[in-house]
Write a protein that binds this ligand. Structure first.
Ligand SMILES: Cc1ncc(COP(=O)(O)O)c(C=O)c1O
Length: 457
């Protein structure tokens, strides 16, 4: 008998196809990624790792052909080892890393594993304030990490850039163990060199090593394509990311490290930065996770393979080109943008300053016409987490579908019309009075969206 779940999956397919996805952390995977994820690999337990020693110089063909030694706790790993090894090789190549752990189930798990790998309970971690664009896993009090470690937040300055002066004074005032640069709502390119200098100065003052970590979940695809600086080129020891945003892979996490790669079974007497790859491996398994999701790891390997192709560089360039075009079109229509624009894939709009409406009302109204984005707090937001003054949007998903600069102007036009309706309506309840206007705009969105099919259609 057919399961009701499949009816709902079909409905979701239609929703995705008829709407335009502007949430900057979402994307559409290829048919190949989807196929790997829905494969029989989901049946397999593979706690542990494939072997790391002696393999780095092998070609992909050799890895796929040879039977690899491993550090696994179950039999039957002959294919899984080779698939995971291919995922590791490709990830290292993409990000110029010495080692990659492809097992984190999510970005949150990846971050937690890194904290666990390096820090002791009570250690100070410097990370970006959630209210200024940081992520929940960077020290929000509602998380487990924040109960274990002491997060010290830095923010953005008046121009919207990272407040490096604040970061430096906090690093010199507090005995920090880890400095984290990462964000989920920041439209500029960080100065990794400046952060590396802050780490050096603080390490000299406190007389111990400080881990430099970047959480590049949002811009990993741009880094892989070489159009955004790579923190690992600037002395960062660790870079975490999700694999499903600009990187366009399956939902999941990834940890890239610089340093000596060793056996994850080795007992470690003393933690030091040069062995961070192994500290991270031990922290992922058995430290914080059980069996890896090998079907997802296979899909990650496929996505990394796609990202290594020249066409991915064109894709990444187009993401930024579209984001800049959309930002300019929005500004022309009276929208006030955080940092006055964007240097990456993401745009933050102060809709309160622009049209006197809150982000949640605007998000709901745009949903009615098939444009999906999310309400987002801005630095110093007075609206609170549920009624923030801002919205966050981006171009990774629509760029995958092939939309270009011309379509960005159309999206901005729809966004202006909806903002004006929201201003007139004032409340969510009153949006219903404008149903006819929304229906008309919705039909226009469907007409445009369906001319750009999903890659999996
Ligand atoms: C910067 C950053 N780190 C971590 C995460 C967490 O990723 P996940 O949702 O896969 O746990 C996100 C997700 O949005 C993110 O933006």
């Amino acid at each position: 008998m057919k399961d009701l779940v499949f009816d709902l999956i079909k409905k979701e397919e239609i929703r995705q196809s008829e709407g335009l996805e502007l949430i900057p952390s979402e994307n559409y995977v290829s048919k190949a990624v989807l196929k790997a994820m829905g494969s029989v690999l989901t049946n397999k337990y593979s706690e542990g790792y494939p072997s790391f020693e002696g393999i780095p110089n092998w070609s992909e063909a050799e890895i796929a052909d040879k039977v690899l030694p491993n550090y696994r706790y179950y039999g039957g790993q002959i294919n899984v080892d080779r698939i995971e090894r291919l995922a590791i090789e490709r990830a290292c190549k993409l990000f110029k890393a010495d080692h990659a752990n492809v097992q984190p189930h999510s970005g949150a798990n990846a971050n937690e594993a890194v904290y666990f790998a390096w820090c002791e309970p009570g250690d100070n971690i410097l990370a970006m304030n959630l209210g200024h664009g940081g992520h929940l896993t960077h020290g929000s009090p509602v998380t487990r990490s924040a109960k274990i470690y002491n997060f010290i937040p830095y923010g953005t300055d008046k121009s919207g850039d990272l407040d490096y002066d604040e970061m430096e004074s906090l690093a010199m005032e507090n005995d920090v163990k880890l400095i984290l640069v990462g964000y989920s709502a920041f439209p500029l390119v960080p100065d990794f060199e400046r952060v590396a200098a802050i780490r050096e100065k603080a390490a000299a003052k406190w007389g111990h090593e400080i881990l430099l970590m970047a959480d590049m979940a949002h811009v990993a695809g741009l880094i892989a394509a070489g159009i955004h600086p790579n923190p690992l080129d600037f002395g960062f020891n660790v870079m975490t990311t999700t694999t499903h945003k600009t990187l366009r892979g399956p939902r999941g996490g990834l940890i890239l490290t610089k340093g000596k790669v060793g056996s994850p079974l080795k007992k470690i007497e003393h933690k030091s930065l040069d062995i961070i790859p192994t500290l991270v491996d031990k922290a992922v398994f058995p430290g914080t996770q059980g069996g890896p999701l090998e079907h997802v790891i296979a899909a990650k390997a496929v996505a990394f393979g796609e990202a290594l192709k020249p066409s991915f560089k064109t894709y990444a360039k187009n993401i930024v080109k579209n984001a800049k075009a959309l930002a300019e079109e929005l500004k022309k229509r009276g929208f006030v943008l955080q940092a006055d624009g964007t240097e990456n894939h993401l745009i933050l709009i102060d809709v309160m300053k622009s049209y006197g409406i809150n982000g949640k009302l605007y998000e709901k109204a745009l949903d009615l016409i098939g444009l999906t984005l999310n309400a987002n707090a801005l630095p110093g937001d007075t609206g609170g987490a549920f009624r923030p003054n801002g919205v966050r949007l981006g171009t990774p998903a629509i760029t995958t579908r092939g939309l270009g600069v011309k379509e960005m102007a159309k999206i901005a036009e729809w966004m202006e019309e909806v903002a004006k309706i929201c201003k007139e309506a004032g409340t969510e309840e009153k949006l219903a009075d404008h149903q006819k206007e929304f229906d008309k705009l919705h039909q226009e969105v469907i007409a445009l969206a369906t001319t750009f099919p999903l890659p999996t259609a």
